[in-house]
Write a protein that binds this ligand. Structure first.
Ligand SMILES: [Zn+2]
Ligand SMILES: [Zn+2]
Length: 274
């Protein structure tokens, strides 16, 4: 993030926005710049990724399902637009901490264990965040917080790619926390962390697109759109993000209806053939 902030400072903030005597390493200036950048990039990443998945992968026949809401996509976009405004504010301390050197992010591959450590970091990041997101998501289903926080995201019984961040900002914050806590707990190359963070956002859209493109051999392990679609429909199953592991360990795994020919899309096809 420091590389991105420095580039924004050099080409945009310093020459056009801020007074010349405001130091680039001033914490208020850094916070303000990061907030503007995060809101802008969050909107852009959400709209562009969801649009691509909607155009190329989403089966529009799902929109004929009786539980698909009228004008659902515009409702989802309206809901999602609120998330980055508060979400960026809640994540700001983590980004400012990174910029000011409080995290364990490092610059060069050779700084910390070379390429083997990069490979280990990928595995570790995916496994650790998968577990923490599972806990956060399961916690969000607790009656004390479900109604006030997570229920917003479950309004979409038949999710679309635009459902991914169509949620309460606190919900987005809680499920996003693991990705920001990780570099404070474990050393990780800063470019790798950024790349993995982008991948996480694409994955979040992909599990809402209703397109079950998981190879047969990986179906028992991967928590894909088939699992997450059922989570939206049946609530107490398949809380996972990438893998089915934690759902299996904690007893919340359920074989997706899509694997039994009973998915929402199968229902639509059956209704249309009557
Ligand atoms: Zn969802
Ligand atoms: Zn949920």
């Amino acid at each position: 993030m420091d590389v991105i902030l420095n580039t924004c400072d050099r080409y945009f903030f310093t020459p056009y926005i801020y007074p010349v005597d405001w130091a680039e390493d001033n914490i208020i200036r850094q916070s303000l710049s990061l907030y503007v950048f995060l809101v802008f990039v969050s909107f852009l990443a959400y709209l562009s990724t969801a649009t691509l998945f909607y155009v190329f992968l989403y089966d529009k026949r799902l929109m004929q399902h009786p539980q698909y809401l009228k004008n659902q996509i515009s409702l989802e976009i309206k809901c999602a637009m609120k998330s980055p405004l508060l979400g960026a504010l809640l994540f700001l301390p983590f980004f400012v901490g990174e910029i000011r050197g409080f995290s364990k992010l490092y610059d060069n591959v050779t700084d910390y264990g070379g390429w083997p450590f990069i490979a280990l970091s990928v595995v570790s990041f995916v496994m650790v965040t998968d577990f923490l997101v599972y806990l956060a998501h399961r916690g969000l289903h607790h009656p004390l917080v479900y109604r006030s926080v997570h229920k917003v995201h479950h309004a979409w019984k038949i999710p679309t790619p635009f459902s991914s961040i169509a949620m309460h900002p606190v919900d987005a914050w809680m499920q996003g926390l693991p990705y920001h806590i990780y570099p404070y707990l474990f050393p990780i190359n800063k470019y790798l962390h950024l790349g993995l963070f982008l991948m996480v956002n694409v994955w979040a859209v992909s599990i809402h697109d209703g397109y079950f493109m998981v190879p047969d051999s990986l179906k028992p392990m991967i928590n894909g759109a088939a699992h997450h679609t059922d989570h939206h429909l049946y609530f107490n199953y398949n809380y996972g993000q990438y893998f089915t592991l934690w759902d299996r360990i904690f007893g919340s795994f359920r074989d997706p209806t899509a694997y039994e020919g009973k998915s929402p899309l199968d229902e639509v096809i059956k209704n249309n053939s009557k």
